[in-house]
Design a protein around this ligand. Structure first.
Ligand SMILES: Cc1ncc(COP(=O)(O)O)c(C=O)c1O
Length: 345
């Protein structure tokens, strides 16, 4: 249950863009305590401490709880784009590639970002240092700010932030070894490219994913396996999918979903250390006779699937080999990096 506050009350609690560049962690804690009223009051304090205290906002460091604006266009119409970046042992993985994709997503919804890749990457590195991130998750976000609330934003501010979390597990601890369960029996299909721009990582695109995930979880599955409009395999709610069918690694072509950076890395790794990967239509029928199935994404990393609806799978050798290569790469292995150079994403 949440406390509900009037807009006037919230703006008194949340001074706009309270910049705290150089603020010490103890001071940040004071600021956080001041705002604790907005935590759900039946939630343990420890549950809400995942987010780091400092964020990067429009070019400067700021307190992570001091920025709310009810007149931001994005809050009303979902006009935002974002990224997720893993930090392994203090080092961000594929930092520049994620920032490049963020700016591409922003351009495609008409958002002019005043910062380039270098500034955003430097901001992310500063944030990692200030928050002492080790195994963490960064969330770069660009959105259409206020003040106008017409559907077509005309003189609205372009806002940019990077948030940081200590990394919470996405699924149970044993999911990485045993795999997750997914169901195709969910209400929404992935929209085709002429209904929604597939390659844009935009906040507005996640409503159907959220509803599908909710439907799957309510029926005891970990996630939803979403199909395309024709009923072929597309992706799970936050990750791409691969299968080993008749001994060959296959993955659906990204016509109606994000061409994940992890997906591209796995395709390159499969060429460098395996037998390659074929991008093509994958039917549900084929999936039901696949030998192995796994999903890939920044948050999910490489997770085996152990069940699709009633069909059960073992974690196979191809999944294990690619997982090992992926983690070697993300922890900075020279051997894997060199093998990958030829197929670099
Ligand atoms: C809907 C969706 N598909 C796929 C992915 C995988 O993309 P990436 O590997 O770049 O994280 C993500 C995560 O960003 C996602 O949200």
């Amino acid at each position: 249950m949440y406390f509900f506050l009037s807009p006037a009350c919230i703006s008194a609690l949340y001074p706009p863009n309270e910049v705290i560049d150089g603020m010490k962690a103890s001071k940040c804690r004071d600021v956080r305590q001041k705002y604790h009223i907005l935590y759900p009051y039946n939630q343990k304090k420890s549950d809400v401490k995942m987010n780091k205290e400092i964020l990067w906002l429009d070019g400067e460091l700021a307190d992570s709880r001091a920025n709310q604006n009810l007149f931001d266009h994005a809050l009303h119409y979902g006009t935002g784009v974002f990224e997720g970046i893993r930090v392994y042992s203090g080092k961000p993985f594929l930092l520049e590639a994620h920032m490049v994709r963020l700016l591409a997503s922003a351009r495609s919804i008409g958002l002019e970002c005043p910062f380039g890749v270098d500034t955003l990457a430097a901001g992310a590195l500063r944030l990692i240092e200030e928050n002492r991130c080790r195994d963490s998750y960064l969330r770069p976000l660009m959105w259409v700010g206020g003040p106008q609330l017409g559907i077509l934003p005309r003189e609205n501010a372009a806002r940019t932030a990077i948030l940081a979390w200590d990394w919470p597990r996405l699924f149970d601890a044993d999911a990485a070894d045993l795999g997750i369960t997914v169901t195709t029996d969910v209400p929404f299909r992935r929209p085709p490219a002429n209904v929604y721009p597939a390659g844009v990582k935009a906040t507005a695109g996640y409503m159907t994913a959220m509803l599908n995930r909710r439907a799957a979880v309510s029926r005891g599955f970990d996630d939803a396996l979403q199909l395309d409009l024709e009923g072929n395999v597309a992706e799970v709610t936050g990750a791409n999918i691969f299968a080993v069918v008749d001994g060959a690694l296959v993955t659906p072509a990204p016509t109606c979903f994000l061409n994940g950076l992890t997906r591209q890395t796995i395709i390159a790794l499969a060429k460098a250390v395996g037998n390659g990967c074929i991008e093509r239509t994958v039917t549900v029928d084929e999936l039901s006779r696949a030998e192995e199935v796994f999903v890939t994404g920044t948050a999910y990393e490489i997770l085996p699937i152990r069940r699709v609806d009633d069909r059960k799978y073992q974690v196979g050798q191809v999944t294990k080999r690619l997982r090992e290569a992926f983690f070697a790469l993300s922890s900075g292995s020279d051997v894997i990096s060199t093998a990958l150079e030829e197929y670099s994403i």
